[in-house]
Design a protein around this ligand. Structure first.
Ligand code: SAH
Ligand code: MG
Length: 212
């Protein structure tokens, strides 16, 4: 994304609460890839529009996006999954500190296993946010499809991955495989017969997929 445009959009954001800045600082210090402020704000608007009763999040990290989705729609409940123990523990602490343990159900483990359990239990969600290992997005999406209510929304973060998805020739070697997978994922999304998808070039790229 062009830097000046990102800065411009960043400056257009409303002033945020202290706890938000504190979590953003914590993430920066620990190199945790939380959602960028501009796309987070966009995501919060989607949550406000959708008014989901239940949200499922794949990739909690330290609880930043879960707390912000709840901020956008305080009546919702969120199930969020994280497989990294240290981040999971940080999320537990942050969510307790915010006194949101009642609304945010943190689950420790691999999202693939936990999503399969949720499918067995016939759980349903109105909005599913995919923000975990990018090489597995297609599989996460297929599981998410089975967990989605009618007219449900699936949002995927980082689908343009630093712009490399649109310029694969410029991708550094270490990201080539992941970028190839994201290109295939975006094509899978945009041609999926059961969803209408638009990819928005905000933050690191956000795909919004609405079930037909
Ligand atoms: N949604 C968070 C950021 C998530 S970063 C926010 O914006 O605040 C991605 C996280 O997904 C990492 O913490 C990583 O450990 C986790 N993750 C990756 N693959 C996963 C998997 N298969 N199951 C559960 N968590 C996973
Ligand atoms: Mg992300």
């Amino acid at each position: 994304m062009e830097e000046s445009l990102t800065d411009y959009l960043r400056h257009s954001l409303p002033v945020q609460n202290n706890w938000v800045s504190e979590l953003e600082q914590q993430a920066a210090i620990d190199h945790v890839p939380i959602m960028e402020p501009v796309s987070m704000h966009f995501m919060m608007l989607q949550v406000k529009l959708k008014q989901p009763q239940r949200i499922l999040e794949i990739g909690t990290a330290i609880g930043y996006s879960a707390l912000r989705m709840l901020e956008a729609h305080p009546d919702t409940t969120i199930v969020t999954i994280e497989r990294d123990e240290q981040r999971y523990q940080q999320a537990v602490t942050n969510i307790k500190h915010a006194e949101k343990q009642e609304q945010i159900n943190l689950m420790y483990g691999d999202a693939k296993d936990i999503m399969n359990e949720l499918i067995t239990d016939k759980e349903k969600f109105d909005l599913i946010f995919i923000d975990a290992a990018k090489g597995q997005y297609k599989y996460f999406f297929e599981l998410a499809h089975q967990l989605l209510t009618k007219n449900g929304l699936i949002i995927s973060d980082n689908v343009l991955f630093r712009g490399y998805v649109a310029n694969p020739d410029t991708t550094p070697k270490k990201y080539k495989k992941m970028v190839e997978k994201l290109i295939a994922y975006n094509e899978f999304l945009t041609t999926h017969p059961d969803f209408i998808t638009t990819i928005v070039p905000i933050g690191d790229g956000v795909a919004i997929s609405l079930k037909r």
